[in-house]
Design a protein around this ligand. Sequence first.
Ligand code: NAP
Length: 597
Amino acid sequence: MRLNVPGIASHFLRSRITKVCVAIAGATPAEMIEKASSVVKETPFLEFRLDYLEKPLHALPRFRQFFADNTVATGIATCRRVANGGKFAGSLAAELEVLTKCAAAGFHLVDLELESAEGLKKSDLQKLRDTGIGLLISHHDFTGTRDLDSIFNRIEAFHPDFIKVVPTARALVDNLTLIRFLERMNDHSNIIGICMGDAGIISRVLGVRAGSAFTFAAATLGEETGPGQIAARTLIETYRIEQVDAATKVYGVAGNPIRSSLSPIMMNTAFRRETVNAVYLALQTTRLSDLLKLVHEIPIQGISVTMPLKREILSHLERTDPLSARIGACNTVLRAQDGKLYGFNTDVAGITGPLEKRMPLAGARVLVLGAGGAARAAVFGLREKGASVFILNRTAETAQKLARQSGSKTIRLEALAKTPFDAIINATPVGMAGNKAAPLLEAKDLNTKLVFDLVYNPLETPLIHLARQLSIPYITGVEMFVHQGARQFEIWTGKPAPEEEMFRVVLHALRQQAELAAAEAAESGPEAKPAARPKSEAKSKPSAKPVAKPAAKPKSGPKPKPSAKPLAKKADKPKSAAKAKPPAKPAAGKSAAKAKK
Ligand code: NAP
C-alpha cells in the first residue's frame, strides 16, 4: 500500500513535468483527444478537464489509448464539480468514481478540490490514493485573495503530492500577496500558485519566478479554462516562462485596458533578441497606488505608462525630463538602482523620429489634429525641433490653450484647403478600429506633402487610405508605436533596440488580429462587414518592411532625407537613452505637480 506522504511518486512526477501545464477542454472526448494530440507535440504536460464532458466515465478508454500512444505525456485529470467552479453536475461520490478510475486510464495525477477532499470519508480518499495516482489538492477562490496560509494548512493536512492555491486578483497588489506566500513556502517544491482574473495575469509568470512548481495555460487563445489564463504558446514563446528565474528583471505596461496591448509581444521579442534576462508583463490597473506598490515591492525595473495613468504618475517621480513636464505626461518610467523613479516621454521621439527620417523639422509647417495626450507630445516635440505648428481640435478652447502653451497657432477646418503643410498628423482616435466617428478630413483638405496617422489599428486607417489614393506619402501609427517602444528599451537596458524585429512582430500581430476580426465578422453573417483590409496588407506573411512608404521627394518645401528603414540610427536615440541616467532637471515632483494644476 502507498504511504500518504509525498515520496517517490512526487519526485518521479516532478521529474516529468514542465513549467507549463496546458488545460485541455472540449465538448466531446474526440475533440479533447484531437487538441491534446496536437498540443502534446510542443508541451507534454496536460490537464484534461473531464468535467467539460457529458459522461466523463465513458471517455476514459479513449484517454487510455491516448496515453498509450503518447508515452511522453503527463496527464492531470480534473472533474471539478459545479459547486467548486467546475462543470461537473454529478455528486461528490460520482466525482470520486471518475477520479478513482483515472489511474487505470493512464493519468498520472488527479486534481481534487479541497472542498471535495474535506467532504470525503478517510477510507474513500484512501481508495483513490491506493490506485497509485498522484494527488493534487486545489483550492479556488473566485472572489478575492484571502488568507493563503490557512488554505495551505487545510490542504497540507491531506499530504498530497501537489498543493494548488488559486485566489482571484482584484488588484495588482493581490499578486504580491501570492508571491510573498510562495516565497515563504520556498522549502516546498510542490506548491502551485496562480491569481485568476485580468489583474492576476502577471502571476502566471511571476508565480513561477517566486517558486510555483508550474503554471496553467490555455491550449490556444479563446480556449481558456480559467479567468486570465494565457495561451501556452504566448507563455512559452513571448514570456519565455521556461527561462524565467529569480534573476529575471521585470518590466511592464500599465494602464486599462491592457489585455490586448501589443507592447508585451514587442518588448519581450526585443529582450529575447538582445538576450536580456528580463520579462515584460501586462499590468492591468486604473489605480496608481496599486501600480506603485508593485513597482517598489516586486520590484519592477521599468514601466510603459498608458491611459489613464500618464498624467497622474508625474507627481510620483523623483525627476522627469523638462519636455515631459511641459507636455504634462510621462509614458516611460525607469526605476534606478537607488529605487527612485525617473520619467521620460518617448511618445515625442515616436513622432519626431519617423518625421525626421523624411524631412527636416526646422521650419516645417505641421498641422496637428487633436489636443489630447498624443497631440501634446507631437506639438511640444515639433516646436522643440523648430517646426511651425497649427492645431485643429474638436474642442476649440483646448486647442487654443495648447497653442498658447507651446507657441503654436490654431486653425479652422475651412482654412485647410488653401493652407499648404509639410505634414498633417492625426492625433485623435478617429479612424481607430471600433471608433465610429466620420473622417475628419476630405481629399481637398490634404494640402500636404506627408500624412502621419498615429492610429495603428487598423493598419490602414481611412486617412492613410485617402493619402494612398492621392499618392501622398504617409507614415502609419505602427512606426510611432515601435519607435517609442524602441526608445523605452534603450532607456531601460542601455542597448540599441532591435527595431526591425520589433516592427516585424507588431505588424504580424496586427495582421493576425485583422484576420481574426474578418473571420469573426464573416461568421456572424453578411451584414457584419469586416474592417476593410488594405491591399498592401493582403499577405499574411510577416514582413520586415514598414507599411509606411518613405516620403517621396516633394516638389517644393523642405527636402526629405532618403530613408524608409525603421532601424534605429544612433542619431535617433534620445540623449536620455543612456542606461539609468536620470534627467538632470528640473525636480520632477514640483514641476509635475504644477503641470497637473
Ligand atoms: P486623448 O488624450 O483622449 O485625446 C483625444 C483627442 O482626440 C482630443 O483632442 C479629442 O478632442 C479628439 N477627439 C476624440 N474623438 C474625436 C472625434 N470623434 N472627432 C474629433 N476629435 C476627436 O487621446 P490620446 O492619448 O491623445 O490618443 C489619441 C490617439 O492617438 C489614440 O486613439 C491612439 O490611436 C493614438 N496613439 C497612438 C500611439 C502610437 O504609439 N502609435 C500612441 C499614443 C496614441 P476633444 O478635446 O474635443 O475631446
